[in-house]
Design a protein around this ligand. Structure first.
Ligand SMILES: [Zn+2]
Length: 336
């Protein structure tokens, strides 16, 4: 599998759906809304949006969306909710890089239009605003011990993530506290009243286990959204197909407890860190111009950056701490 063949496949699924008069709207390149018999909701008329390739080198999500589209073009999957699909940054995909000029996943909710990514963000915002539920598929730079969800805390989004994949860790943060870092697509969608989760399938590239996981998430997200309607119809029997699990005070959540800002060429991590690796307080994690970088707490390391990825990031690494939901809410002054 490679990016260009996956992109061609995506385009052929699109043409197939277009030929069969299934496309309702085009909202930019590789961005479309499917027709639906369902009566349109007022402002949020798209029930479910699947997003991939917001980062151009996280190509695994394209294969996942192709799998979903293939099941439609083969007639095996006939959605009866209004769905939309989008590939975020195809230009960066051709370069096999995270972005061309700006990290697309840090610039939602601004008014800039100077770069390719600014313009693409403005285009995608239209789609994000109209979507009730969003699954945004990403991959990590380094290997990860477990796939995971990561998104700004929102009760409905937490419930969705917890329901569609109860065993995946959920990493969360207060959207307000991370605003200075720039808004990611799902935070923007949540601020616009949508329910949105970001899934990190594993290390970037094409991988069959990740494809299965991503396809499973898409299927369950579909049933989850469909179930919201069934639930509204008070159809008890069908509503237990996918039971909603309310966040419980004891549910676990991981937070960014410490962020080490990237000082550039003078700071470097020790080699070999991967996502979710356990680290101890006082452990030597790297070196900087000021001396050794020691971990200020016990936790798990996330997003360790080396090489090119380090050059492109404001963060060298993050340390996660596990809390229960009750303490998480208290820490960030949030309520359920
Ligand atoms: Zn990403």
């Amino acid at each position: 599998m490679d990016f260009e063949s996956q992109l061609k496949e995506f385009e052929s699924h699109y043409s197939n759906l277009k030929d069969r008069d299934q496309i309702a709207e085009d909202l930019g390149p590789h961005t479309f809304v499917l027709k639906s018999k369902k009566r349109a909701h007022e402002t949020k008329d798209i029930d479910l949006l699947f997003l991939a390739l917001i980062h151009g080198n996280e190509v695994g999500g394209v294969a996942v969306l192709n799998h979903v589209l293939k099941s439609m073009t083969e007639g095996k999957f006939k959605p009866d909710i209004k769905m939309a699909f989008a590939l975020g940054n195809v230009e960066a995909g051709f370069k096999n890089s995270r972005f061309v000029e700006k990290d697309l996943n840090r610039i939602f909710g601004t008014y800039e239009t100077a770069t390719h990514e600014d313009r693409r963000a403005r285009e995608l915002e239209t789609l994000l605003k109209r979507s009730r539920y969003i699954l945004d598929i990403h991959q990590t730079i380094e290997p990860t011990a477990s796939p995971f969800f990561i998104f700004g805390f929102d009760k409905k989004s937490f419930v969705m993530a917890h329901t569609i994949a109860p065993s995946l860790p959920i990493i969360s943060y207060s959207i307000n506290e991370r605003k200075e870092n720039g808004l990611v697509a799902t935070s923007y969608a949540i601020e616009q009243g949508g329910v949105a989760v970001t899934a990190e399938l594993g290390q970037k590239g094409f991988d069959h286990t990740q494809l299965d996981l991503g396809y499973g998430l898409c299927r369950r997200a579909y049933w989850y959204v469909k179930n919201q309607r069934l639930h509204a119809l008070k159809n008890f029997f069908l509503s237990i197909v996918l039971r909603k699990s309310k966040p419980h005070a004891d549910d676990k959540i991981l937070i960014f407890s410490y962020r080490h800002l990237n000082e550039g060429a003078t700071n470097n991590l020790m080699p070999g860190f991967t996502n979710f690796m356990d680290i101890k307080k006082g452990q030597k994690l790297g070196v900087s111009s000021k001396g050794d970088i020691l971990s200020p707490l016990d936790g798990k390391i996330l997003f360790p950056k080396y090489g090119q990825a380090k050059q492109e990031s404001k963060e060298l690494f993050v340390i996660l701490e596990q809390l229960n939901v009750q303490n998480f809410l208290k820490r960030f002054n949030l309520t359920l």
